[in-house]
Design a protein around this ligand. Structure first.
Ligand code: FAD
Length: 303
């Protein structure tokens, strides 16, 4: 196994974790167990998603505030343009900044009816991620992540259009791109090369989706334009009723992907945790990221 030849790998790799705001008390308890388990791994930041149609606006804010006040972690607030006027988006940004949030993930978002339905910008709203980035930068935000699509966004007619949109976001102030999940590292590498050729030099951080449920991932992938390779389906074939083996295979698959990316020179990884700690923790362990004993508390004002 490659890791045995790379004992120093943990020094070179940085990670971030993505969470979604919980909908119920049970989900809230699970999220905080997850946050507490992952916190000692000292991620660069953790991000909290923003639900379709701004539906989780309050819950996103509450989760971000709790991370700021109760943990040592640096939270990034996701924000979308969906169903919001410019004034409303500007007010949400101002609230986050007042709260002490320093990092943002700026997105257009999907229509409330779901991924794949035709997107109509709010008549008085920001119409895409690039415009939202400009609004964040105008209010002084300096750490602004945006989305990137190694297999191109389903609405992009071609890669040139897709890269052009990424370039607009960078020109407007984006400082980092985080990719949609993918399973073929060659696809990611080609996308990064395309971006660099287009003069995009911000980090393009791979988004890694540990496969908690192959069936769920395959369904989601087909809706958001991510390809599930036949070899991946083969790895999980027959494991639907065997959660323990499924989890072991998922950890191995993700570690293999991350280690291969490290070999290709990638140093930052963003994990879509689905609010579960175990797979992300195991993968981080395998790539040499270890829990630290002491985690200093950072107050909201000092964050
Ligand atoms: P944009 O980058 O603004 O646009 C996507 C594509 O649409 C462009 O590549 C371009 O081809 C086309 N396009 C848009 N506007 C124009 C235009 N004016 N002219 C030409 N082409 C245009 N969704 C949520 O609801 N909440 C979240 O918290 C969330 N977090 C995410 C985090 C990451 C890292 C990623 C990768 C995705 C996330 N999403 C989230 C999903 C995202 O909202 C959807 O993929 C959505 O369909 C596109 O949003 P975007 O910001 O990528 O769009």
């Amino acid at each position: 196994f490659r890791l045995s030849r790379r004992p120093d790998i943990g020094d070179k790799v940085r990670v971030s974790f993505e969470f979604f705001p919980p909908k119920s008390d049970d989900m809230e308890a699970r999220l905080w167990d997850t946050v507490k388990r992952l916190e000692p791994l000292r991620p660069s930041f953790v991000s909290v998603t923003y639900g379709a149609g701004g539906s989780t606006r309050e819950r996103t804010a509450r989760t971000v505030r709790r991370i700021l006040t109760e943990t040592s972690l640096s939270p990034a607030a996701h924000l979308t343009c969906v169903d919001a006027s410019r004034e409303q988006s500007d007010a949400v940004i101002a609230d986050f900044l007042t709260m002490g949030v320093k990092r943002f993930v700026a997105l257009r978002g999907d229509p409330a009816e779901g991924v794949g339905s035709h997107y109509r910008p709010h008549p008085h709203g920001y119409s895409n991620g690039a415009e939202l980035v400009a609004a964040l930068a105008a209010q002084g935000a300096q750490d602004i992540s945006v989305s990137a699509y190694p297999e191109k966004h389903p609405e992009s007619p071609d890669f040139a259009t897709d890269i052009e949109m990424l370039k607009r976001k960078v020109d407007n102030g984006a400082t980092r791109a985080i990719t949609q999940f993918f399973f073929d590292n060659d696809v990611y590498e080609r996308y990064v090369e395309r971006a660099r050729r287009a003069g995009i030099y911000i980090p393009i951080v791979p988004g890694i989706l540990p496969v908690h449920s192959f069936t769920a991932v395959a369904n989601f992938a087909s809706r958001c334009g991510a390809h599930v390779p036949a070899w991946l389906a083969e790895r999980f074939d027959g494991l639907q009723g065997d959660p323990q083996t499924h989890a072991l295979v998922a950890a191995a698959v993700a570690a293999e992907q991350v280690l291969d990316l490290v070999e290709r020179g990638v140093g930052d990884f963003h994990f879509y945790t689905m609010n579960r700690a175990d797979l992300a923790f195991a993968i981080c362990h395998m790539i040499g990221i270890r829990a630290t004993e002491e985690v200093p508390m950072v107050s909201a004002s000092a964050a």
